[in-house]
Design a protein around this ligand. Structure first.
Ligand code: MRU
Length: 360
């Protein structure tokens, strides 16, 4: 790979090509995906990850299902169901599959594959526009924070990876950071490593390095200390599913950062496109399904040895059990604002309903 890629794209043969995120930042590999089943597998094993990009992969998966089918809608529905169930928390996945199926239901056997291809591409292209808009709104807010503090630099803390690897093409949480950088603002990012899969250390740090943005990777436990000492001006994360009342499911550990932010009067923003809302859910804590993953992701850690090989090593005693919850829910009361493509919105049912009334 060279230069700036999207996280996924259609290649010349009409197959899906993705950046294999399991090997970053050490190896830059891509994977060609030729079937709906392979799409489901790539989502499940986190070849691709991040709410937006798993939605995009799912959309292309439905297209590939049509392409490999005999044109019968039942075959496409079956594969779509399998893709829809590949991960449970990020609602963009279900949203994208449902949108694709809605189109599929209106197609004939002969035009289905082509129309679904166009729809999947359209979802990706719309994400690009949404991210740009989130970036502009977020950057305006952050510039205001700097102005109020009479400063011309800003320290931003983020958790997990919500950059262009997670949602095409500027990300959600990183979009305002990329925009500030484009505006020439002196921005520095505290990057939570984000155990157990280290999306912060591996992916966010890589994205920011590639873009030439100042950043420092910190152990997950560090944010509270930094906030107590005035070293964080604002926190921003992405989201995997947001309830109608503004509760936010995001990568495990987000809640603890929001608590520390509240205690230290540090603004805590969440950036998301409208496709991350689940308007059918009011109580995020009770109703958002939280993914649990293999204990091995906690038990082992992967990295590059001094001799340059990629290896996995065990960090837990043989006899210890591990628990691996992928996400947590940050209650709306801890969130300063939701930065969306339509502008910033209070994390409250009334405000969300007012801004998104037409798609509720
Ligand atoms: O398990 P992951 O890596 O898919 O989790 C990703 C996150 O939690 C991101 O913060 C989230 O998807 C927001 S970015 C669109």
């Amino acid at each position: 790979m060279q230069g700036r890629y999207r996280a996924l794209w259609l290649n010349e043969e009409g197959y899906l090509e993705v950046i294999d995120q399991r090997f970053l930042p050490f190896e830059k590999r891509t994977l060609i995906i030729k079937s709906a089943q392979q799409c489901a597998r790539a989502i499940k094993n986190m070849t691709v990850r991040g709410a937006g990009v798993i939605g995009n992969t799912a959309a292309f998966g439905v297209y590939l299902a049509a392409r490999q089918s005999s044109g019968k809608i039942e075959e496409v529905r079956k594969e779509a169901k399998n893709i829809r169930e590949s991960r449970p928390t990020a609602v963009n996945l279900m949203w994208a599959v449902d949108r694709m199926l809605e189109v599929a239901e209106k197609c004939t056997a002969s035009d289905m594959a082509e129309r679904l291809k166009k729809e999947a591409v359209a979802i990706c292209d719309e994400d690009v526009v949404r991210c740009r808009s989130i970036g502009k709104t977020g950057a305006d807010i952050f510039e205001k924070i700097m102005k109020e503090k009479n400063r011309n630099s800003i320290n931003i803390l983020t958790h997990c990876n919500a950059g262009w690897l997670a949602i095409v093409d500027d990300g959600s949480a990183l979009a305002p950071i990329y925009e500030l950088h484009r505006r020439g603002v002196d921005v520095h990012v505290w990057v939570d490593e984000t155990r157990p899969r280290n999306q912060g250390a591996n992916l966010t740090a890589w994205e920011l390095s590639e873009a030439g943005i100042k950043h420092t990777v910190i152990a997950d436990n560090t944010g509270g200390h930094l906030m107590q000492h005035g070293m964080v001006d604002v926190c921003i994360t992405g989201a995997d599913r947001v309830s109608l009342s503004g509760d936010v499911a995001n990568k495990i550990g987000t809640y603890l950062k929001a608590l520390a932010a509240k205690d230290n009067k540090v603004p805590f923003y969440v950036a998301l496109p409208a496709s991350t809302f689940d308007f059918s859910i009011e109580d995020g804590l009770k109703q958002i399904p939280i993914e649990t993953r293999s204990e091995d992701e906690v038990k082992f850690i992967r990295g590059r040895t001094k001799s340059g090989s990629l290896e996995e090593v065990q960090i837990v005693p043989d006899g210890s059990r591990c628990a691996n919850y992928g996400f947590d829910v940050t209650p709306a009361r801890l969130i300063t604002g939701l930065i969306t493509e339509r502008g910033v919105c209070e994390a409250k049912k009334e405000a969300i309903a007012e801004m998104f009334g037409d798609i509720l």
